[in-house]
Design a protein around this ligand. Structure first.
Ligand code: PEP
Ligand code: MG
Length: 887
């Protein structure tokens, strides 16, 4: 039997199913599923994604069998509809649409009204008794086909249309009658012929194949490629092509079209949410040209259709067990569904819908957890304008609350400028009348998006929600002048580069840059994360008894507090050198670094000891019984010394020393590659008094807080170990100090002394190091640097190009390179536990907050991941997802 390339849907039965989305694309699979469910869907057929891949493999041609199957399915469609393409009396018209396995809204091509020609247009006119409608459909078809299939500039058609409107002295398209539109068709065919060099095709089969080629061709157009790159969509066969009989929302006043969601896609509230327009085609709703009406008004305008739509919504939501995004058309009072898919939603809606579906018994907790993505959660942790601040602000304009969160940036008026400004290090807000798929790159880099037309389902709104970008849409009082690069509200003019602030949660726009604050977790999110925590905590593995934990990297008490509020279960890394970033502390710290005798250094350490005791006490208090890993100093020295002569003189003045002498010392500290230089435990070996001071501060702080009734669990961590001897010496030094402090105190402190595994040699010899370490923490930033031989300081110069050219699949400093660096992590854990079966092991490199790296860490049997405070909720979710995925 020949391969099947084409799948029919119609007559209450379809050859496809929802599960076949890889082959039929999301749209095709769901059209098939809806047909099987008996939901009214205009019949048609889907040419599979496999054909797309064959089309490219065969130099943009099709196997004969594909043509045969299309012809056979077309016959079947004509038979079912009782109409024929191009027929003079009662022609069949079809739409030709793209649809990949992953939805890529608006990125690929669509052709509507296909099948019209000079005889079919008469057929439609006779058959409907509405020749205006027929000629309007024909002119729309020529424009769309010309633009999409043959690359005739859209504006050339618009100019021809404007010309006829001007001659007639009217402004709106709707004021043109059938004869005017017949003239428009005449001018359009002339425009088409002028550019293409051939007459507009009258043979519907030629039109059909032109459209199919165009849709398959659009799989690799620039914006689709960019969309897939931004959204990390790889490994798909291609798009499917759906050929479907047309239904018309612009047939009459009893016709209409709309988009609806089974729940609110912004908030997740369970109410039937949508927009529609009577006497309009779908593109009119999405393009934001006319402002649509809320679905609630359909209930009174046409209760029969509304009730039917409500029934369809309920069935589809129950069937798919998720919030649905549906497109419908009403033709002469009859309802048709043109699409359903799991709706794109904001992070807030994603969490609310998932938690509600669990409560409604539609899905289980585990499924709810797997449905939320890290990106969606990230949105919930997006900045907001504080309610207090809000009261003091006066908005300059108000639009629709299209995508939540607040954004501050400089105004730019087009997507290319947005990308340009952002590469210059600016934050921008993209201000457009309405966005289109070409704007995707600019939208991606903008902090937020403001549009002056369009509704909640306009391109800007849908795409912004998917991206988690704050967006205010349909802000009518904003009048944009793209040429002058200004917008005005009432009399006031705002220029390119001016700062504005948007609040996508209530649609308000403010002049200037408003201070934003990060939100805290809400009720539903807390509930969802508590389910995630249960899953993580029960995940026991070899050598790991207490589940898969989430800690934080925090250097200051206020960061630690924030992390606790976000659910951190300990500190995995305090970088003690970061405690010296404040001006007053920095001077003392620099005095210590530039000291060039033991005596000078001992003097310099005295004030630091006091500062450190206070720092550590603050952190212990906040962490109240949770483990706190404090890393002894690991300052890349060059980050802490001044460079220019003027700065050196200023420091000399502050320190009361001689500038000449200081300059000499600063020069002496310079290294060719400081990242591989005199840092980490190497400082501890050469200047033991520095680490001694820190250990003393940790233990004195621990004793003081224990006496104050706080449970303290310090974990002293020695960085950048490459050989066992380094750890042996430094552990012995630390032990001596600890014994001295505790010996003089009547207080017991539970402490550990461990090390970082961040030098490849440490991982390779982890069995030799383990006897001297109570725990391991993988420093995957340095490990990545040294495994790849990429300097952490300089990767920006070439890694982006590597990623662009696919020499690297991703930035290994963001996502752990499981096949290379990962081997060392696994080896470190295995060899360490081979000697000490219960050796505690975690990760504190930046990868600890990255979901796919977290999944790796789970499989590598780490006890915990540690990440920055704002990533903690994401890590809790990703850790639970890792546990579920490994089940
Ligand atoms: C690491 O190297 O992964 C680490 C956490 O330490 P730092 O980034 O401070 O070098
Ligand atoms: Mg490091």
């Amino acid at each position: 039997m020949n391969n099947r390339y084409v799948y029919y849907f119609g007559g209450d039965k379809a050859e496809g199913r929802a599960e076949m989305r890889e082959l039929l694309g999301g749209k095709g699979a769901n059209l098939a599923e809806m047909t099987n469910l008996g939901i009214p869907v205009p019949p048609g057929f889907t040419i599979s994604t496999e054909v797309c891949s064959l089309y490219y493999k065969n130099n943009r041609t099709y196997p004969e069998e594909v043509r045969r199957q299309v012809a056979r399915n077309l016959d079947r469609l004509e038979e079912e509809m009782g109409k024929k393409l191009g027929d003079r009396n009662d022609p069949l018209l079809v739409s030709v649409r793209s649809g990949a396995a992953v939805s890529m809204p608006g990125m690929m091509d669509t052709v509507l009204n296909l099948g019209l020609n000079f005889s079919a247009v008469e057929g439609i006119a006779n058959n409907t008794g509405n020749s205006r409608f027929a000629w309007d459909a024909y002119r729309r078809f020529i424009q769309m086909y010309g633009d999409v299939v043959m690359g005739v500039p859209y504006d050339d058609f618009e100019k021809a249309l404007d010309e006829i409107k001007r001659e007639k002295g009217v402004e709106a398209d709707t004021e043109l009658d059938a004869d005017d539109l017949r003239r428009v068709v005449g001018s359009y065919t002339a425009v088409y012929e002028g550019i293409v060099g051939k007459a507009f095709p009258q043979d519907p089969i030629e039109q059909l194949w032109g459209a199919i080629d165009a849709v398959f061709g659009s799989w690799n157009n620039e914006r689709a490629l960019k969309y897939r790159r931004i959204n990390k969509i790889g490994d798909l066969l291609g798009t499917a092509v759906n050929v479907q009989s047309m239904v018309y929302g612009n047939w009459s006043d009893a016709s209409g079209t709309g988009v609806c969601f089974s729940r609110d896609p912004s908030t997740g509230e369970n109410y039937f949410y949508g927009e529609y327009l009577m006497n309009a085609q779908g593109e009119d709703v999405v393009a934001g040209i006319r402002t649509p009406k809320p679905l609630s008004s359909l209930e009174s305008a046409n209760p029969g259709v509304y009730q039917q739509l409500l029934g369809v919504k309920e069935r589809l939501e129950k069937h798919y067990r998720d919030m649905q995004d549906m497109e419908f058309t009403i033709q002469e009072g009859r309802l048709f569904l043109l699409q359903t898919r799991n709706g794109k939603r904001t992070g807030r809606a994603a969490v609310k819908v998932a938690v509600d579906l669990v409560k409604e018994g539609m899905i289980g907790r585990e499924e709810a957890i797997t449905r939320i993505t890290a990106e969606q959660l990230d949105q919930l942790l997006h900045p907001m304008i504080s309610p207090g601040m809000k009261k003091t602000l006066k908005p300059i304009a108000r639009g629709l609350e299209a995508s939540p969160g607040a954004a501050v940036g400089r105004v730019v008026f087009n997507a290319d400028e947005a990308e340009l400004w952002v590469t210059r290090g600016e934050r921008v807000v993209l201000v457009r009348r309405e966005t289109s798929p070409e704007d995707i790159g600019g939208m991606n880099v903008a902090e937020g998006i403001l549009t002056s037309t369009g509704g909640m389902t306009s391109h800007a709104a849908v795409v912004a929600r998917g991206m988690g970008k704050p967006c205010v849409a349909g802000c009518k009082t904003v009048v944009i002048d793209e040429i002058a690069k200004t917008f005005s509200v009432d009399e006031k003019v705002y220029r390119e580069g001016d700062f504005i602030t948007l609040d996508g949660s209530d649609g308000e726009v403010y002049a200037g840059s408003v201070e934003l604050e990060k939100p805290s977790l809400g009720g539903e999110l807390n509930e969802l994360l508590s389910w995630a925590d249960e899953i993580r905590h029960s995940a026991k593995r070899a050598g790991v008894e207490d589940g898969f934990m989430v800690r934080t990297n925090a250097d200051l008490p206020q960061d630690a507090k924030l992390a606790i509020d976000f659910g951190a279960e300990g500190i995995g890394l305090t970088r003690t050198e970061h405690m010296f970033f404040e001006d007053a502390k920095l001077t003392s710290f620099r005095r210590m670094i530039i000291a060039d005798s033991l005596q000078e250094r001992m003097e310099a350490l005295k004030p630091i000891l006091k500062l450190q005791i206070e720092d550590f006490r603050g952190i212990f208090r906040v962490m109240d019984g949770k483990p706190v890993t404090i890393r002894l100093l690991d300052p890349p020295l060059h980050e802490f010394v001044p460079h220019s002569e003027a700065e050196v003189s200023e420091l000399a003045r502050d320190l009361g020393t001689d500038a000449e002498k200081l300059l000499k010392r600063v020069r002496g500290l310079q290294e060719l590659n400081p990242m591989l230089g005199h840092r980490g435990c190497r400082l501890g070996i050469t200047y033991p008094e520095v680490y001694d001071m820190q250990v003393e501060a940790i233990m004195l702080a621990a004793v003081a807080e224990t006496r104050a009734g706080i449970r303290v669990r310090p974990e002293i961590m020695i960085p950048l170990i490459g050989s066992t001897a380094e750890l042996e010496v430094l552990r012995a030094n630390a032990q001596k100090v600890i014994d001295r402090v505790l010996g003089g105190a009547d207080t017991k402190v539970d402490y550990l002394i461990g090390t970082m595994i961040e030098i490849p040699r440490a991982a390779l010899t982890a069995n030799l190091i383990a006897p001297h370490a109570d725990f391991y923490s993988f420093g995957t930033n340095d490990l990545t640097q040294m495994v790849f031989g990429f300097s952490r300081d300089d990767v920006g110069t070439f890694v982006p190009e590597y990623i662009e050219r696919k020499i690297l699949p991703f930035d290994p400093f963001q996502t752990l390179d499981a096949s290379g660096v990962g081997q060392l992590v696994e080896m470190g854990v295995r060899k360490g536990r081979g000697v000490k079966p219960a050796l505690k092991a975690g990760i504190c490199g930046e990868h600890g907050g990255d979901p796919s790296s977290i999944a790796f860490c789970y499989k590598a049997n780490l006890n915990y991941v540690s990440c920055s405070p704002y990533r903690v909720p994401i890590a809790r979710l990703a850790a639970a997802q890792a546990v579920l995925a490994a089940k």
